[in-house]
Design a protein around this ligand. Structure first.
Ligand code: SAM
Length: 333
């Protein structure tokens, strides 16, 4: 069973290194396209790989599927045969499946969605784009069309190839907002109702805005300004200083701490250690570790090692909306 894994194009080599380090150097892996790789032989089961990704032991893989078949674009079978292919891959006739299509260039490969929607519909299987236990993946490029199938619980993301699309809107105050929303959705994070949140490196206020939507009263620390739409909210308290200075004077305890500060991974992780005395027991921490220089994997691991001194690291992943950074979710014991 060949497993297909999606990554950020720049992170392909890092993902391959992680998979080999975790499961053995003899694994045969080939590149299918910029952001897609295939484990050809000697690899783990998809469940084992998903578990390693979920625990943050593998950071740079964002989506998994198990290959059913691949075809040259001119040789893709008729729709009813494709439906057969999918149904042969499942132990028992499903009532519904998700179909997720993506390409290595422009477009979404959406025609395959409609093809499978009709053909599976004719076999009594409802098709939607997400929210089902079984996910059919269709990757389309000029050279190949690949069909995959996976259980959602082993897919890492309920979006085509892990490419989450979030609505743009005039209310958004920063592009960074997408990163936090993606982390909350992808990892299914529950924020404590009516909690107190600390946002380190908050300007211009995107993460603060999202956390307000999740019911947190926010203390937002950044020497830079917050967007007036964010400060207009009585439950947003802008503390216009650095994180270090804030900790010197603060006497409160927080249920959630987030950190999107632009600084080296290890320094940023150390700031998170400084935050610990200011957190409630069991507080949730979400932090982006940025940059990484020539060796982003080792740099990310160094940051995670520092965090692990005082947090239980739950997840670490390069999400779709991360650029040269990873997102770490951790609990303060
Ligand atoms: C990427 S921006 C944060 C964007 C924010 N999450 C949002 O959604 O609007 C990084 C911020 O970190 C802040 N920063 C860097 N070092 C800091 C420090 N030591 N203390 C507080 N803020 C810091 C910078 O001023 C900058 O505004």
């Amino acid at each position: 069973m060949e497993i297909l894994f999606s990554v950020a194009t720049d992170s392909y080599d890092l993902a391959v290194r992680e998979i080999r380090e975790e499961f053995g150097g003899g694994i045969r892996i080939e590149r299918v396209s910029g952001d897609l790789g295939r484990i050809v032989s000697g690899g783990p089961s998809v469940g084992e790989l998903a578990a390693a990704c979920d625990r943050g032991r593998i950071i740079f893989v964002r989506h998994l599927t198990v290959e059913l078949a691949s075809f040259k674009p001119s040789e893709v079978p008729e729709a009813h045969e494709l439906a057969e292919l999918v149904l042969e891959g499942v132990p028992k006739h499903p009532q519904a499946v998700a179909v997720q299509t993506w390409t290595d260039g422009a477009g979404s490969g959406g025609s395959f969605y409609h093809l499978l929607e009709d053909a599976l519909g004719a076999r009594g299987v409802a098709v939607s784009r997400a929210g089902q236990d079984l996910v059919v993946s269709v990757f389309v490029s000029a050279k190949t069309v690949i069909f995959g199938l996976n259980r959602l619980e082993y897919s890492l993301s309920d979006w085509p190839g892990g490419r989450m699309r979030l609505a743009r809107s005039d209310e958004r105050v920063s592009r960074s907002e997408f990163k936090l929303e993606e982390a909350i959705q992808t990892f299914g994070l529950d924020l404590p109702p009516g909690g107190k949140g600390l946002d380190l490196g908050a300007s211009p206020g995107g993460w603060t805005r999202i956390l307000r939507q999740h019911g947190q009263e926010m203390w937002s620390v950044d020497p830079g300004a917050l967007d007036p739409r964010v400060t207009a909210d009585r439950k947003v308290h802008h503390v216009a200083t650095t994180a270090g200075e804030f900790f010197r004077h603060n006497r409160m305890h927080f249920d959630v701490v987030v950190n999107d500060m632009r600084m080296d991974q290890v320094l940023s992780a150390r700031v998170m250690l400084d935050a610990v005395p200011h957190l409630s027991r069991g507080a949730l921490a979400i932090v982006t570790l940025k940059g990484g220089g020539k060796n982003p994997l080792d740099a990310a691991r160094r940051g995670i090692d520092v965090l692990s001194k005082q947090y239980d690291v739950r997840h670490a992943r390069q999400l779709h909306h991360n650029r040269r950074e990873i997102t770490v979710v951790a609990d303060c014991p």
